[in-house]
Design a protein around this ligand. Structure first.
Ligand SMILES: Nc1ncnc2c1ncn2[C@@H]1O[C@H](COP(=O)(O)OP(=O)(O)OP(=O)(O)O)[C@@H](O)[C@H]1O
Length: 447
């Protein structure tokens, strides 16, 4: 059975809230209520809604302003406005701004129900479309392990050898070397290829929520657990679960993961029932886990369990023969069907002379920036970042930048190129928007 979808009604009239909650709730639709803008904001922090019904006149906010605010912080949600007769102009403006529909008070319940259903269908369609786009992008971009250096050939050989194996694999290497690409390739060539490939970065998990995210929880098992939750282990059933940055997994959860790897059994939070997991595990880290074990920061038994089969990806500067192929690959990929920009020999030499501390990810970012600057013409040296040109000339006078300073400068430059658009900058940098916000705060790059 499909899980129910969530509707939030924001209205200051208590009787309307009560009526809508009573009449519109069903086994496939859960109706939540909020009596003003402030409690709607709180509600949004706790729950992902599919449809929001919003009264245009609220005691503490203008419905249209609130709508604009919601649009900024939510995705995959449709809004329906409730308006009075005098608000028709506002309603028309709201439709222009992207509100799904509006209904005027007094309204008929069955009309509202039809609007909510249609809004929900649109949300589903958008999710499906994005899922398709995501899968296409992920498979075309990630499965393709580009490179002809000896280490990359060896890695391709190992991936082939793993086709019929279920052994956990630990993928190691600096940030940006391609650990994600290798994990995707292992899954795609495995017997589980048609089943889910679930990726989770352990460093991004809220500490208090890690156990629940991985193993799931029972309704009521802790404050705020208003619904039962399936963990990633259940979501990845029959498929592959790739845990990135495994070194960041909290210690108490490390023990439960070890038990799962050894016995294939786990328990949801708040439950005694044992569940069987049918999941293939892949792990990645850019930290020295053996050192973390020595320092007592990582469970030794778990380390041995996940380190049965290790694939190490060397830094890009240790396999520069991969660079021309990677350049060609990224220029094709980033041209988006437009004619592929030319890369003159001189520019390629500059790229080859550079050290690439951010590895393949940095190469991709540099090329994306260069493509913007070259305006569809050949990529000259002027399209490359200054530190790349400086370091390639063996500029020994300038003190070398720390990785942090380089990151700061690079983010500042990308933000400038993107005219301050954080969304665009996050795409160019190939990092999540939240990560970018954190870095902007950390480096004091706010305008
Ligand atoms: N050999 C490769 N062939 C094609 N693309 C690659 C290759 N290596 C890396 N990339 C691309 O470089 C970028 C960074 O790669 P990826 O995310 O796999 O790095 P990572 O090692 O997992 O980094 P992190 O530790 O920061 O998560 C991605 O856009 C990826 O598609």
């Amino acid at each position: 059975m499909q899980s129910p979808y969530h509707v939030l009604v924001v209205d200051d009239e208590e009787n309307i809230l009560r009526l809508l909650k009573n009449e519109l709730s069903s086994c496939d639709r859960i109706v939540h209520t909020a009596e003003n803008a402030q409690s709607a904001r709180q509600a949004l922090k706790k729950q992902q809604y599919d449809v929001i019904i919003l009264d245009i006149r609220l005691p503490d906010a203008d419905g249209l302003d609130l709508f604009a605010e919601f649009k900024m912080v939510t995705q995959d949600v449709e809004l329906v406005l409730i308006t009075g007769h005098g608000d028709i102009d506002n309603a028309v403006e709201a439709m222009r701004m992207g509100v799904f529909d509006y209904i005027t008070k007094p309204f008929k319940l069955d009309r509202l129900e039809v609007v909510i259903e249609r809004a929900y269908q649109r949300v589903c369609l958008q999710r499906e479309n994005r899922g398709l786009r995501h899968t296409q992008a992920a498979t075309s971009e990630r499965c393709n392990l580009i490179g002809r250096s000896a280490p990359i050939q060896e890695i391709k050989f190992l991936i082939d050898k793993l086709t019929h194996s279920e052994v956990p694999v630990l993928i190691t290497g600096e940030s940006g070397v391609g650990k994600d690409v290798v994990a995707q390739a292992i899954h795609t060539r495995s017997q589980r290829a048609t089943q889910p490939f679930i990726v989770k970065n352990c460093a991004m998990l809220f500490r208090e929520m890690v156990r629940s995210e991985l193993f799931g929880h029972k309704k009521g098992s802790f404050t705020g657990a208003t619904e039962a939750h399936e963990g990633l282990v259940a979501v990845a059933h029959k498929g592959t679960l790739f845990l990135d940055e495994i070194g960041d997994l909290p210690e108490d959860v490390q023990a439960s993961l070890l038990r799962l790897l050894e016995t294939k059994m786990y328990r949801r939070m708040g439950e005694n029932k044992e569940r069987r997991a049918d999941v293939r595990f892949l792990f990645a880290t850019n930290r020295d886990l053996a050192k973390a074990v020595e320092d007592g920061a990582f469970n030794e038994a778990l380390f041995h369990r996940i380190n049965v089969f290790n694939i190490h990806i060397p830094r890009l500067r240790e396999r520069k023969e991969d660079l021309p192929l990677l350049v060609e690959h990224f220029l094709n990929l980033l041209s988006n069907g437009r004619p592929v920009a030319d890369m003159p020999e001189k520019t390629l030499k500059r790229l080859l002379a550079y050290d690439w501390p951010g590895n393949v990810r940095e190469l991709r970012n540099v090329l994306e920036r260069a493509l913007i600057l070259s305006d569809g013409k050949a990529i000259t040296e002027n399209c490359l970042p200054k530190e790349l040109l400086d370091s390639g000339q063996g500029n020994t006078n300038a003190p070398p930048l720390s990785l942090e300073n380089m990151e700061r400068e690079h983010i500042a430059r990308v933000l400038a190129i993107c005219h301050g658009s954080r969304q665009r900058a996050a795409q160019v940098l190939n990092i999540g928007r939240k990560t970018l916000y954190r870095k902007i705060q950390k480096y004091g790059l706010e305008p």
